[in-house]
Ligand binder design. Sequence first.
Ligand code: G3P
Length: 218
Amino acid sequence: MKFFIDTANLAQIKEAQELGVLDGVTTNPSLMAKEGITGKDNILKHYVAICNLVEGDVSAEVNAIDYDGMIREGEELAELHEQIVVKLPMTKEGIKACKYFSDRGVKTNVTLIFSAGQALLAAKAGATYCSPFLGRLDDVSTDGLNLIDEIRQIYDNYGFETQILAASIRHTMHIVNCAKIGADVMTGPLSSIMGLMKHPLTDIGLAQFIADFEKGNK
Ligand code: G3P
């Protein structure tokens, strides 16, 4: 399972990278705004800064909602750095743009996926990644994990190469459950990744080891 971090915060990306388990980064317009990154030039520079921090794929989302605008923006983003993946919304225009880019060997991530039918369409359009939003489904009393499971089944039935990128991850159990289902990638906040290593018995056990070592080496 690949681990992506879902943020535009450079310090957090660096921290996850230094842990040695990071495979990529996802961003979106809201995450860029949260970091105060505004204006086209600053946004483009920020994507390059992220690419220079990590080795894997970096999803950069188009802001246009029309096909021509998506193509223009996507081409500009893809030219920025070889690690850039063009992130497109799950709309009619987004699917057409996804097909355009996949036909030209540009990596794509179709985002805002909330149904198995949308995920099937993204795969048909040749998406590199499809991003079902797990947490946002859970937020409205709908089983987000069930969607991941349905997509896994559909992609396996036909051997689609589109990778399931479980997004809108909120906590460690989302990650563990997505891994059990077989999601190819998860993207979550730093806290969800760091949370994976926590267990009180680990802390108690380590404290005991340290105490016993100190007793024997006084
Ligand atoms: O990758 C999509 C993600 O950013 C959405 O997460 O927590 O805003 O639902 P959230």
